[in-house]
Ligand binder design. Structure first.
Ligand code: NAG
Ligand code: NAG
Ligand code: NAG
Ligand code: NAG
Ligand code: NAG
Ligand code: NAG
Ligand code: NAG
Ligand code: NAG
Ligand code: NAG
Length: 576
């Protein structure tokens, strides 16, 4: 009986997808969304011009809940953010001190003309009470078209919401924690009493669930083992959504646990099928090798081909830097202006322009701290100093103080970042500069600062300084301070940071007229910005201005912002 049923389905499938899976294999490299892009959820939408869409977790950065779009699975463009208005989530401007709070993992699905992203906001300020948010849009290429979130009840009080539209019209939300499912109403946010369906294979942290109906089965796949080196993808199925669910005898379906792979922590996957009928998976992975000590970009998004024959369990290819699979033809025809995700930044802050889409703030910005091309300073980004520096302090309130800091993700193992800074501080401890930043308690800064010397005179100095209190027992380089050479005093100063290998940042400064006459102020290990207080996020690199608690108010003017992605490491010691 079951076999006959499968046979019928098989012929039905043949009729629906003529010429399925005709594509020839091509090579591609991982990660496909380099830089911190954790917990990917992806979907293929035929109705939106055969486009793949993915979203990843954003924790405290704003704008949040990004939407990446691609036609060929290789060229991805950041096209909008579901969370782009402070009013959509005022809570993101509050602070408990934990650097791990904010927007956690999401699920993206398409249904009847709308893209939906369901996600959870976590705060450590009170009891454990993740808030579930559901954003929707009919125009994925327009920030303002994203709805205010529907706040969905969370009867299981857990994270990683999934969104599943069943073929009988019912909508289900699965969440982590020994997987629980509720039926939900996406308009009102009401959720039914949850039922528990699967505890996974017995590893810790069964989480990141996704549900799909295929060949008469409800398939449920999850992450297990924790999002570190024991991370796995496991799968189960049932003919009834309520269960019982039968685990795949070959679990884990995918993992890098107990391997020497350069791509570690593989897990938290999502699966989708392209227009040719091929199956694909996206997962998070950390480029660290089994040592798992240096991984400043944190958890990135990788792509892997799958097979999933009718009525069978799926298979997934091992995640590596070099991959082979039946990719769609190259196609960079993705709507919206602007660069692809792994392009360079060439940003001159022209009059009338806005902050580039790939720039992020640490929590929603205070708008009075930033201006592009103010009337008397065309082609600059003005940052007014925030009261505290990037380390903040106990009385720091994001809603009142804000942070004078804007950044972009580190998206390549090797890179060069530089920006020109025109800054004329007049009050002691006024400072502006560049930072490689993981959290408020793990960042590496090079700034221009007005310091008072032993005889009480104020001197314009360059200071290299590391904050590493969020990562105890790390070797922290000495602070270094030099006076700004007299012959640099005309115009802006160029501040740069580059990686000379995959584990060391080098900070230097020069006059803008003679970059060859640059002074190296210091270097720091990328271990300082790996893990610690920011185990779920990755480094961002950008520009800041602060009065360091003092009375200053001198604005800093940044221009000629450049990020050059020099190379990706795709296997230990191998760069492309
Ligand atoms: C973007 O969406 C908003 C809100 O729906 C709408 O008012 C605006 O016209 C849209 N912009 C474009 C370019 O479509
Ligand atoms: C999951 O584990 C809990 C605690 O051991 C148990 O009560 C529950 O029945 C299990 N659920 C399923 C679906 O196996
Ligand atoms: C991975 O699992 C092993 C065996 O259970 C355990 O000893 C180790 O601490 C785990 N590692 C992490 C990072 O959780
Ligand atoms: C990756 O592919 C390139 C180009 O084909 C090849 O030179 C290199 O050896 C491969 N690296 C690994 C680790 O397989
Ligand atoms: C194409 O690549 C897939 C995934 O890597 C592999 O399973 C399959 O054997 C390859 N097909 C051919 C014809 O090489
Ligand atoms: C402090 O700075 C002033 C002005 O640059 C200089 O004349 C003086 O020698 C400096 N004193 C010390 C102790 O460095
Ligand atoms: C740091 O080192 C001290 C002394 O060796 C040890 O007691 C402590 O647990 C370490 N802390 C961390 C976070 O590793
Ligand atoms: C940040 O500013 C505080 C004073 O507000 C100061 O104590 C601290 O050393 C500064 N930290 C850094 C990394 O500059
Ligand atoms: C700021 O100015 C006030 C009033 O002039 C003064 O009392 C205070 O000491 C100044 N603070 C600093 C850090 O210089």
């Amino acid at each position: 009986m079951t076999q006959l049923f499968h046979l019928l389905l098989y012929f039905a499938a043949l009729a629906i997808v003529p010429g399925c899976c005709d594509r020839v294999n091509k090579t591609f490299t991982n990660p496909v969304l380099p830089g911190w892009n954790s917990d990917p959820s992806c979907v293929f939408v035929k109705e939106l011009d055969n486009t793949f869409f993915c979203t990843t977790s954003t924790f405290l950065v704003f704008p949040g809940v990004p939407l990446y779009a691609s036609k060929d699975l290789q060229n991805w463009k950041l096209v909008s953010h579901a969370l782009n208005r402070q009013e959509q989530l005022p809570e993101l401007s509050s602070r408990s001190g934990s650097q791990m709070e904010g927007i956690w993992a999401s699920t993206i699905r398409y249904h009847e003309g709308k893209l939906h992203i369901i996600t959870a906001y976590i705060s450590y300020s009170a009891s454990w009470a993740p808030k579930i948010l559901l954003f929707s849009t009919t125009d994925p290429y327009n920030d303002t078209a994203w709805s205010d979130p529907v706040r969905v009840e969370n009867p299981s009080n857990d994270i990683d919401p999934d969104l599943f539209f069943d073929d009988d019209g019912k909508v289900y939300m699965a969440v982590a924690g020994g997987i629980w499912i509720s039926e939900i109403d996406i308009t009102t946010g009401a959720a039914s009493e949850p039922f528990q369906v699967w505890n996974g294979t017995g590893e810790r942290n069964p989480e990141g669930p996704h549900l799909m109906k295929k060949d008469g089965y409800y398939y449920l796949w999850i992450g297990e083992g924790g999002t570190e080196t024991n991370h796995t993808v496991t799968i189960a199925r049932s003919t009834d959504i309520h269960g019982p669910y039968e685990g795949y005898p070959g679990n884990p379906l995918l993992t890098a646990k107990n391997t020497d792979e350069y791509f570690q922590t593989v897990g938290h996957a999502d699966f989708f099928q392209d227009d040719d009928g091929n199956w694909w998976g996206a997962a998070l992975s950390t480029r660290s090798g089994p040592e798992w000590e240096i991984y400043p970009m944190g958890r990135e998004t990788v792509l892997f081909p799958m097979t999933w024959a009718l009525g069978n369990w799926p298979t997934a290819e091992t995640v590596r830097g070099n991959m082979t699979g039946p990719l769609p033809p190259l196609n960079k025809d993705v709507p919206t202006e602007g660069p692809f995700w792994d392009d360079a930044d060439v940003v001159d802050f022209a009059p009338g322009s806005s902050i580039p889409k790939n720039f992020v703030f640490w929590r929603p910005p205070k708008s009075n701290l930033f201006a592009i091309s103010p009337p008397d300073r065309p082609n600059t980004l003005q940052i007014n100093p925030s009261r505290t520096n990037l380390s903040t302090d106990a009385s720091f309130d994001p809603a009142i103080d804000g942070l004078g800091f804007v950044a972009r993700k580190q998206t390549s193992s090797l890179f060069k970042f530089s920006v020109d800074l025109d800054f004329s501080p007049t009050v002691e401890n006024e400072e502006a500069g560049i930072s490689v930043f993981l959290t408020e308690v793990q960042h590496i800064d090079l700034g221009i600062i007005l310091l008072s010397n032993a005889s009480g005179s104020l001197e314009l100095s360059l200071r290299f300084r590391v904050e590493a209190s969020g990562k105890p027992n790390t070797t922290v380089p000495e602070e270094s301070i030099i006076l700004i050479p007299d012959d640099w005093s005309v115009g802006a100063i160029r501040l740069s940071v580059y990686t000379c290998d995959d584990g060391t940042y080098v900070f230097s400064a020069s006059s803008t007229s003679d970059e060859d006459d640059s002074k190296v102020l210091g270097s720091a290990s990328a271990a300082i910005v790996s893990g610690g207080s920011g185990p779920f996020t990755g480094t961002i690199i950008g520009a800041y201005a602060t009065r360091n608690g003092g009375n200053g108010s001198t604005p800093a003017y940044f221009s000629r912002w450049r990020y050059d992605p020099v190379a990706q490491e795709i296997a230990a010691g191998e760069f492309v």
